[in-house]
Design a protein around this ligand. Structure first.
Ligand code: 2IP
Ligand code: CA
Ligand code: CA
Length: 389
């Protein structure tokens, strides 16, 4: 299934192109950032366009994966629904058509007849990303998976608010970006339908750095399936040892700035100076753990969903870490263990909805989560949080 990984890298790159085009091309950018003023219809239309970028990206990924792996088509899910209501109250099913022209015509119906915007968007959707994606390092991989056993979760754009706001923050080497375009990510995760275990993930950061020709992206991937573990990011033990101040470093924790005060206070004593950090985007915070910019990401609320965590979770597992349900870990009475690096209990799974919930909450990570690379550190964090909130 190295073919699936290569395909996901290509479609994620195409998705990143669409995200960049929407900010770069004036007719699309205006729709994206337009102030919500004017009559109601206009307000609704602007809101529509923001959702449309997400819907179009998700459908493009579904279309391309389904074309190459028809066994998977009914098991590709994402944050968005492709049923779209435009500003005129008409319902349109957004799909990627056989040709660029047909897709442009369909998009124009959603975009209130704006041909220029529809043409630009259709061009980006039908562009072949192979040309821009070279040397992914996936050529020698043999992945023992079969498409009929797999399901996919897509978050077409995570941290949408940062994407729309579009602040261009300068990234400091070795430091995370608390906010800005860098936090916006395309997330694609593959899981086993039978067990819900995440086995393959692709993260594309459309706005990684800027050069004189514009924004450049970066992609990351990981595979964790049985004994096959491979990742585009170096394993922690392969990373150069951190030089530390006397007494050794404390932990570094990344959280949402809206995290509960009690959680912030409970974790502060574990952290070194300036090592309790805040960043936007659930996917970006997990990426910070993957890249070693933070030891753990702690979230006490059920405000993330399967599409936020599945892809990045596979990369954590490929590196010997994982992602657990925080509530489950806090309430488990027995002592849990690290087995082969992973926590033996509470790892998030991706195949079962919460049937008692409604709407998106069906697929929420309801108990909050902790993303980690090192199981001992996970245990320290859980130990510290027990009984504190
Ligand atoms: C959001 C996004 C937010 C995050 C939230 C996600 O997804 O990643 O940034 O909140 O949990 O559901 P926070 O930044 O406070 O962690 P989306 O942007 O796709 O709605
Ligand atoms: Ca999201
Ligand atoms: Ca999203």
């Amino acid at each position: 299934m190295a073919d699936l990984l290569k395909l996901l890298l290509r479609v994620a790159e195409k998705a990143a192109n669409v995200a960049r085009v929407c900010r770069k091309e004036a007719p699309l950018f205006q729709l994206l950032v337009q102030e919500k003023t004017g009559v109601d219809k206009n307000k609704k239309f602007v809101q529509d366009f923001k959702t449309l970028a997400d819907v179009v990206i998700q459908e493009m990924i579904r279309h391309d994966v389904g074309a190459q792996f028809p066994e998977m088509i009914d098991h590709i899910q994402g944050e968005e629904s492709n049923k779209f209501e435009n500003g005129l109250g008409e319902s349109v099913i957004v799909t990627v058509c056989g040709t660029e022209k047909e897709t442009a015509a369909l998009l124009a119906t959603v975009l209130d007849g704006d041909q220029t915007a529809a043409t630009l968007l259709a061009r980006a959707i039908h562009q072949d990303a192979k040309l821009t994606l070279t040397d992914t390092g996936t050529d020698d991989l043999h992945i023992p998976l079969s498409p009929s056993d797999l399901g996919i979760w897509i978050d077409p754009i995570d941290a949408t608010s940062q994407y729309i706001e579009g602040r261009e923050e300068a990234a400091e080497e070795g430091r995370l970006c608390p906010s800005g375009l860098q936090c916006a990510l395309v997330l694609i995760g593959v899981y086993l339908r039978a067990t819900g275990e995440p086995v393959m993930g692709v993260i594309n950061q459309p706005f990684n750095h800027k050069d004189p020709t514009g924004w450049k992206g970066k992609h990351f991937w990981g595979v964790s399936c049985g004994s096959v573990k491979a990742c585009s990011v170096l394993r922690p033990k392969d990373r150069p040892a951190e030089t530390t101040a006397a007494g050794g470093p404390g932990l570094s924790v990344v959280m949402s700035s809206s995290e509960k005060q009690a959680v912030k206070e409970a974790l502060a004593p574990l952290c070194g100076p300036d090592r309790l950090m805040y960043a936007s985007g659930a996917g970006y915070k997990i990426l910070c753990v993957i890249l070693g910019l933070a030891d753990v990401y702690v979230l006490s609320e059920g405000s993330t969903f399967k599409w936020d965590s599945c892809g990045p979770h596979a990369l954590l597992r490929a590196l010997g870490g994982g992602m657990v349900d925080l509530k489950e870990c806090l309430h488990s009475s027995g002592s849990s263990h690290c087995q082969g690096g992973h926590q033996d209990q509470g790892e998030l799974t991706y195949h079962q909805p919460h049937i008692e919930s409604t709407g998106a909450d069906h697929w929420a990570n309801q108990g909050g989560l902790v993303a980690y690379l090192n199981c001992q550190i996970l245990h320290r964090v859980i130990g510290e949080l027990k009984g504190k909130f």
